[in-house]
Design a protein around this ligand. Structure first.
Ligand SMILES: NC(=O)c1ccc[n+]([C@@H]2O[C@H](COP(=O)([O-])OP(=O)(O)OC[C@H]3O[C@@H](n4cnc5c(N)ncnc54)[C@H](OP(=O)(O)O)[C@@H]3O)[C@@H](O)[C@H]2O)c1
Length: 249
């Protein structure tokens, strides 16, 4: 049983969660985001987390959406290190998170992944689809289950959700499925590193935008755009568009 603190007095918010859930303690309590840290004060809230753990109100304490820099800052003031970092992780942003995952491994921090079904929910039709379909056909399972096996192969804890009973059952069954082969895991990694397909969703997410900006055609378009601006600035536009040049006089 996990809950998160985002703002307000830690003790009050934690007690509110316990009351709502009608529990005496939580298994895991997380700082929701580094944005919850005001004026760089990692120590203040973390000390309250450590006290809550000492009092037995939470068994483990951790963080969410923390970068390596955030984790380093927290490490300087922490008496109890974070047990978990819950992050947005899926095949399309895996390659940009390798350093963070390595940091977790070195410091004994468990990686929890949310948003892992992004290839199905946010970026359908991308290069990862084919890499998911191969094992899905071999094991006769769904794409979502293949993503869960991919996370499991990397030792990452899955945090997911569904409003549908069938999907929840499918998710639970994933725990009993055989593992993906090393080649299948690698094929998902490679396809994901290629970035998500171009769509409006790509522009709405950091990894989508970064992937678009890595595409050669995007770089060419930006180069031509900047060249156009420069030509206008230098007044050379008159060579190409005399009417505009007249208007400027
Ligand atoms: N720490 C944080 O900042 C943070 C942020 C976001 C979420 N979370 C946590 O992560 C949990 C998971 O949330 P998420 O949104 O990240 O989940 P996710 O696992 O990426 O996706 C779950 C969503 O996928 C849909 N879905 C599943 N299979 C599908 C299919 N075959 N086709 C179309 N849609 C499909 C489900 O819709 P249906 O309901 O229709 O099945 C559900 O809404 C949340 O409950 C929350 O606890 C944490």
């Amino acid at each position: 049983m996990t809950s998160k603190w985002a703002y307000g007095v830690v003790d009050d918010i934690l007690q509110e969660s316990l009351d709502k859930l009608q529990l005496k303690y939580l298994d895991l309590y997380l700082i929701h985001t580094p944005l919850s840290i005001v004026n760089g004060d990692y120590e203040g809230p973390w000390r309250r987390f450590e006290e809550a753990r000492e009092k037995g109100l939470v068994r483990s304490i951790g963080v969410s959406n923390f970068t390596i820099e955030d984790l380093d800052k927290l490490a300087k003031v922490a008496r109890v290190k974070p047990a978990v970092n819950q992050i947005n992780l899926h095949p399309y942003n895996y390659s940009s998170n390798i350093k963070l995952l390595e940091y977790h491994r070195q410091h004994g921090i468990v990686t929890e992944a949310y948003g892992s079904l992004a290839p199905i929910t946010t970026f359908p039709g991308g290069p990862v689809d084919a890499a998911l379909d191969k094992p899905a056909q071999r094991l006769r399972i769904s794409r979502a289950q293949v993503i869960f096996l991919w996370l499991r192969a990397k030792g990452i804890v899955i945090v997911t959700t569904s409003s549908k009973k069938e999907r929840l059952e499918e998710y639970i069954q994933a725990g009993d499925l055989p593992p993906l082969t090393l080649e299948e895991v690698a094929a998902i990694d490679v396809a994901g590193a290629d970035g998500p397909p171009l769509s409006l969703a790509s522009f709405g997410s950091k990894e989508g935008l970064c992937a678009v900006m890595r595409k050669p055609w995007w770089r060419l378009a930006m180069f031509l755009f900047l060249l156009g601006l420069w030509l206008i600035y230098r007044g050379n536009i008159s060579r190409f568009m005399p009417s505009l040049a007249c208007a400027r006089k």
